[in-house]
Design a protein around this ligand. Structure first.
Ligand code: MTE
Ligand code: MO
Length: 232
């Protein structure tokens, strides 16, 4: 369970530090935990018919990165100093994705699709920042099912919901591919920058803090239980 310990100095607006790094997300996905032993398979697409499929070996030539960064969930909990291991998304994009599918320069959005059915869109410009990773390690161990095996996005300057777990496909697009469900549209901002408190659309971030905080405890419990009793 998440324990909200203190409002630490140096955290972004409205965030509070937690003692542990909980498994978390939108309740719909709590019971859909892919097996941690699932092998990496990534599908790439440019949204206009060009596509490619790759496995773990294809990432071999990329430089491995270790990065310590804070993680900020939109519901206001933050975990500090997580040690991730993996690859810069930018390196992946330039050295693997572009040669494989040659996306249009005008395709400004990147959609990350996940094994549990979740998907999320980022601005390409945001995803290409040097601190955005495709991570397969956490705290020196292979990424667990809990935190996004076999590979996840880590985008420390964007709220947790842009940090897609259980990655299965990456698609370039010309339009912003926002969520369809009413709940998810509410919990969505095209950029979701933590420093600017872009928690969602339509309602100011500082108001959303108060709406989200009461949901943390129950959601954490649901995600704990969901991992033990997956529906798959
Ligand atoms: N595939 C997938 N990715 C996801 C989610 C999810 O439910 N499914 N939830 C998002 C949200 S809202 C948060 S806060 C983080 C939680 O990551 P964690 O479980 O490693 O703490 O994952 C994000 N990425
Ligand atoms: Mo979140």
């Amino acid at each position: 369970m998440t324990e909200v310990t203190k409002q630490a100095r140096g955290l972004p607006p409205g965030q509070r530090e937690t003692a542990t790094f909980p498994r978390f997300g939108l309740p719909d996905y709590a019971r859909r935990a892919p097996d941690s032993r699932v092998a990496l398979q990534l599908a790439l697409a440019d949204g206009r018919g060009r596509s490619s499929q790759l496995d773990r070996e294809a990432l071999g030539p990329l430089q491995r990165i270790e990065q310590a960064s804070d993680f900020h969930c939109v519901t206001t909990w933050s975990t500090r100093g997580l040690r991730w291991g993996g690859f810069r998304f930018r390196d992946f994009y330039e050295q693997i994705l572009v040669p494989a599918i040659q996306p249009d320069a005008s395709a400004q959005f990147v959609v990350f699709r996940c094994l549990d059915g979740y998907s999320v869109t980022m601005l390409r410009e945001d995803a290409l920042q040097p601190d955005v990773l495709l991570a397969d390690m956490l705290e020196g161990r292979p990424l667990s099912a809990e935190h996004g095996a076999p590979m996840r996005v880590v985008a420390p300057r964007h709220y947790g919901y842009k940090n897609a777990k259980h990655l299965r496909a990456i698609e370039l697009r010309h339009d912003y591919h926002g969520p369809r469900s009413v709940l998810r549209r509410f919990v969505d901002h095209p950029r979701a920058r933590v420093a600017l408190e872009e928690r969602g659309r339509g309602v100011p971030g500082w108001i959303l803090r108060y709406l989200y905080r009461p949901l943390i405890g129950r959601t954490t419990r649901e995600f704990d239980e969901g991992l033990r009793t997956p529906s798959r």
